[in-house]
Design a protein around this ligand. Structure first.
Ligand code: ADP
Length: 370
């Protein structure tokens, strides 16, 4: 079936080429095929093609081969799946395989063009790990900044309270206390503890005080960005992310990084809420729509356990958490970010179960999205 020209082209092909006869036996290979699979050419010729397939996929392969023979068009094998080959030494190699049918005077053959994609898949996995780390990092940065702010702002009133309390203890122990002096010291303590309290309350605005860079933003594109960063984390947690994004959503004016932070927090919370879900598909749904032509709403819904009604109000307060290692700051920070954008953030439970967080932001008028 091969004249000299064909043979030379076949040999020089950059991919491994394997020609398989109708019964599934290898009829012809090139040098690249020897190299990828580690067999000599004379070992490969006549060998069932299934020998080059890892054992766990072998059983299905004959059926695939029959189906291809019945409907032979040029196609990639296993579209959307990661394919592997088996080398002579039983090790596996990541492959991409294109199939084509030819008919010759000797009968029909299938030509498989095979590429070793080990390197490519490794690079892809690395990129995914990196995105995964980035998603975590941005949360860690928030918590880190927060810790620094708490330590700094609380240290002063706490030190003053301690000093004044010691003064009072010493005065009482010495027996020479004067009621007016003691009263003044205790007043100071009350004032300082009130200051500490205020620090905690102002923490949220303090966190969002940095440079807010306002620019017209399309929320659908902000969502796309956040989701692309979260995909590998979602896969790891076996969660699907469903998008239901309204076309032609008006732009909002805001800080891209801060709004990404809000969505990231809501999505990570949804992931964490669904950890216990084992009996149904875990889904986070992101929905956008226009409200009254003047506002844009984003809903982040999950199908986890939802939020007890009596907790719906408190979860936005700082340090409220039900997680063993939670900080209870994600929602508090998200709430103040949305408020700084003149918007609202609130939570509810969906009729079918699961929590829904709603973010509403004012739309920029007369700016229909491209
Ligand atoms: P953290 O995640 O550190 O606990 P958050 O402020 O982000 O802090 O969340 C506060 C609390 O709100 C959580 O501990 C959890 O009890 C509740 N919560 C947040 N999101 C959800 C959700 N999607 N489903 C159920 N409960 C939630």
């Amino acid at each position: 079936m091969a004249d000299d020209t064909f043979r030379q082209v076949f040999e020089a092909a950059p991919n491994a080429m394997i020609v398989v006869a109708a019964g599934g036996r290898i009829a012809l290979v090139n040098a690249q095929a020897e190299k990828i699979f580690g067999y000599q050419r004379d070992e490969l010729i006549g060998m069932p093609i299934e020998t080059l397939i890892p054992e766990r996929f072998r059983a299905q392969h004959a059926a695939y081969r029959d189906r291809f023979a019945g409907d032979p068009q040029l196609r990639a094998m296993g579209a959307g799946r990661e394919l592997f080959g088996r080398r002579k030494d039983a090790s596996e190699v990541a492959l991409e395989i294109g199939l084509n049918a030819i008919s010759t005077v000797d009968g029909p053959f299938v030509v498989a063009s095979v590429i070793d994609v080990t390197e490519r898949r490794r690079a892809k996995a690395e990129a995914q790990d990196l995105r995964h780390e980035l998603a975590h990092l941005s949360r860690v940065v928030t918590v880190g900044e927060l810790m620094a702010a708490i330590v700094h702002e609380l240290a002063q009133p706490l030190a003053a309270i301690r000093t004044n309390a010691r003064v009072a203890v010493r005065a009482i122990a010495g027996g020479d206390h004067n009621a007016d002096e003691l009263h003044a010291v205790l007043e100071d303590i009350v004032a300082d503890s009130r200051r500490a309290d205020q620090v905690i309350h102002h923490l949220r605005s303090l966190l969002t005080k940095g440079e807010v860079e306002r620019q017209p933003l399309l929320l659908n594109s902000v969502i796309d960005n956040v989701v692309s960063v979260m995909l590998s984390e979602a896969r790891r947690r076996r969660v699907s992310i469903d998008l239901d994004l309204a076309p032609r959503l008006p732009a909002v004016s805001g800080d891209r990084v801060q709004l990404q932070q809000v969505l990231l927090n809501l999505i990570l919370n949804a992931f964490e809420a669904m950890v216990e879900v084992t009996e149904r598909r875990r889904v986070v749904t992101l929905r956008t729509r226009t409200v009254d032509d003047t506002r844009v709403q984003v809903d982040v819904a999950d199908n986890g356990p939802g939020i007890a009604d009596d907790r719906l109000g408190s979860i936005f307060k700082p340090f409220v958490t039900t997680k063993p290692s939670g900080m209870g700051m994600g929602l508090a920070v998200s709430h103040s970010i949305v408020q700084a954008h003149e918007g609202q953030l609130w939570a509810g439970n969906a009729a079918g179960g699961g929590a829904v967080f709603h973010v509403v932001l004012p739309a920029i008028r007369d700016t229909p999205a491209p």
